[in-house]
Each structure stands twice: as C-alpha cells, then as structure tokens.
Design a protein around this ligand. Sequence first.
Ligand code: ZN
Length: 156
Amino acid sequence: MLEAKIKCPYCGHNETKVVDKRETNELVTTRRRRECLKCGKRFTTYERVEDIDLVVVKKDGRREEFDRDKIRRGLLRACEKRPVSVEQIDKILDKVESQLRVLKDKEVKSSVIGDKIMKELKRLDQIAYIRFASVYRSFADVTDFQKELKDLIKKT
Ligand SMILES: [Zn+2]
C-alpha cells in the first residue's frame, strides 16, 4: 500500500523499484533508494512503517494530528541558505519522531516537540536554530531567547 503512494519526483510515474533499502530507525522510517520504471532516474524516499496516531496539544489547548511535513517545512525554512542538508533535516525529524513515538502517551505538547527539534538543530547550525526557535517558541521565555541571541552574537 505504501508502494502506490510513491511517485517519481521527476516524471510523476507511479511505478518504481527499490534498489537499496536501509532502516534509518526501526521504529519509524525506512530509507529507500528507488528507481523510476519509466524514466530510470533514482531518488531517495523515507517511508514510514506505520502511522501511529500521535496528537499534538497546542499552546491554546487545541489538538491536532502530528504533522511531520509541517515541521519539516519549518525546518527547511529555518535552514534556508544555511549549510544544512535536507538529509540532515530528515535525520533530525527521524530522531525526534522516534522519540515521540516511543512515549506511552499519545498526546504530546507542541512545546515538547519544539524543544527536541531545537536541541538537535542547535548542534547543527546556530543560525538555523535561532530562526526556528523564533518561529516555534512562544515568547513567554523572551529573556531566555535574548540570552541565546547574546551568546550567539558573542560567538560570531
Ligand atoms: Zn520517472
């Protein structure tokens, strides 16, 4: 059933074959190299084994389904023009998502997700980290954030 969802990013053809497979995290995703059966181009997919319902509790108490793509978009934006590869971004997502999915509780606060992502991003790129944090964090903790900025400016 996963197979049907995979489309060639180059020509849109929906028949591909797997040429290489690697478990990135046995709980969450499998990285596959695929080859389009029509145009022959190769590409990488990260396929999730299973979508376990994970509910994100937002700051205002509203709940929504965990949306990996949404977080990914935020990360991509934060890493724009930074020396962070898409692969590194996907690795962060894999890691954080697997941490979330092993939690017993299927409800997770959005701030918990944000903190986990920020922790990973901070190690990778300070500028991307600050960008992500400024969007993701609510500034109940403005002073913390200002401190982060000061530290960053000192370093650079
Ligand atoms: Zn193709």
